[in-house]
Structures are given as structure tokens and as C-alpha cells.
Design a protein around this ligand. Sequence first.
Ligand code: BDR
Ligand code: CA
Length: 338
Amino acid sequence: MRKIILDVDTGVDDAVALILAMNSPEVLPLAITTVAGNAPVCECTRNCLLLTELLAPECPPPVAEGAAAPLEKELVTAPEVHGWDGLGGDIGSLPTPDRSAIATPAHELLIEIARRHPGEVTLVATGPLTNLARAHERDPEAMALYERIVVMGGAFGVPGNTGPVAEFNFYVDPEAAGIMMNARLNVTLVPLDATTEFSISWKQIVDLARKSGHAGQPARPKPRPGKDLGDIVFRALDHYVRFQREESGLHGAYMHDPIAVASALEPSLIEGVSASVAVMTEGDDRGQSLCMSPPVTPSGIEIALYPDWEMLHALIVGRALARAFPGSLSGDCPLDAP
Ligand code: BDR
Ligand code: CA
């Protein structure tokens, strides 16, 4: 079983990514660390505490809170995409988790875990890279002890989703993204080029919710969910799909972050190219990522571009959404399925 850590800005698709990781027998989540991005960091931390409590009530992984703001820029959040609380609602509308975050700050925990399990842990980062950059600045040798770092971020041959050229995670903290892209670590980068090729339709989400005994229809005004994973996930996806439909006409949900987790579960799921990556930090280009492939000097970065969509669908629907909406599907998706 591969050990992993998730560094997240939970976030609707981060939540699905977390569910996928915690419902996959190939990996053992050692800890979850949080970072400000889709929502303020305290909301992201509360979301992780709540989701992990519902997913593993007996033995939830520790949650460590991280950076409340990017390294240099002012924080930009995305309530229109993810809701003010990160999961489709307003601040204060989610139930209070039973436990609290541990006292260790996220970047210190990232260093501690890398040193405790050298060469054994995959770190999956699905938010701005602030915690990773802080950990790297503090102890670059420790960060080199990660077996692999999977990052959801960047956009190369497709338009950005935060302005014309930038992907959100790189836009929010471009300095941190730049530090990590230059760090010469073993990085798999999962950009919008790969993630926007794949989505789950609203029809399928509604169908899963109904089959598991949930109402499966949006309620207005939005309900305050209780401690029910299906209610929380349905409300979050409803908000998220509504935004996608207004913004791009897609009547479904992009699964950016679960695709990064899928790549950590099985690296061969996504074929990539080795490249060097630069991140622009200022002006209209802020957050833009540029690549050169093959790199002039080894960069350690593999850009994941060609995922196995069928397998992704099976993992994200068959494992993550089926866990959120129990009883909606029978069976599971083994990773060695054709
Ligand atoms: C990324 O930005 C966030 O809104 C999502 O959670 C994902 O990590 C996609 O650009
Ligand atoms: Ca995210």
C-alpha cells in the first residue's frame, strides 16, 4: 500500500479527490494538509475535518492547517465556483466537526512526514502550492525525500480558467508554483489540458444521488446539510455544476483534483511528457505556465497529458461518488480492470 498525503484547498473537486483517496485500497492517507485557495484556509480545514470524520469515523487521518495567504500576493478565493464555505454554501452553514486540526502547521508536517518515511510517500497537491514552497524553502532536502509529488495545476495548450491564460492554483500563488516547478523534484503535473477533457454529467450525479435514497434535486434556498456525506456532496456538486453551466455551458462537473489523485493511485493511468515549466508572476500573465519539452536540463517534471478516461470514470464514479452515495452502484473498480 502506497503512503500518501493530500495538500488541499477543499473545494468541491478537492472533496471528491479526498473521498477517492480515502476509498482506495492501494493507498494509505497519512495526513491531510490545508491551504487557502478556493476558500479561506479555516473553511478548507473545517471541510477536511468534516469529510474525514464521515469517511473514517474510527480512525480519521490527522488534518494540519497551512498557509492562510499566498507567499507574496493577496489571497483570491473562488466562492462563485465552490461556494463561500468551499462546499457550495455560505460561511457557517456546514455542521461543526467533532475534532480539531493538529497543532503542527502544514508545511512543518510535510517536512516531518518526508523525513519519517524517506522515499515512501506520494504527496498530492490540489491547491495553490504555498505550503509546499514554504516546506521547500525551509528544508529542500526533506522535500526531495518524497517518492513523487503530484500537482494539479497549470494550463499549456488550452485557455486558463482564471482569466485567459492562467489556471486557478498557479494564479493564486504564482511565486509558490514557480519555486516548486524549479525545485528539480520528482513532479507529475496534471494541467487543465488533461483535466478539462473529462467531466461527470449532472444527469449521472442526480441518478447516483436518487439511487442512494437522497432527494437528488437542488433545493432553494440551499439546505443546511447535517452530517451526511451524500447531502454535503450533492449540495456542493449542485453549486459547482450550476457555475460550470453558466460559465461554459457544460452541464456537468470537471474533476480536476480527483484526476491528480487517480494519477497517484496508478501512475500509468496518465501518460506524460517530460518538460521544464516556468510560471509568470505579474500583470496580465500572472499564473500563466509555459513549458519546454524535452527540457534543456533535467527538471524532474512530467506533464500528464493523456489519461485513460475509461478508468478515470470508473474510479471517480465507481469509487468516489459511489462512496458519497452508497448503494447507488454495485461493485467497485479494481485498478487492473481492462
Ligand atoms: C483547480 O482550481 C480549483 O478551483 C480546483 O479545486 C482545482 O484544484 C482547477 O484549476
Ligand atoms: Ca483544488
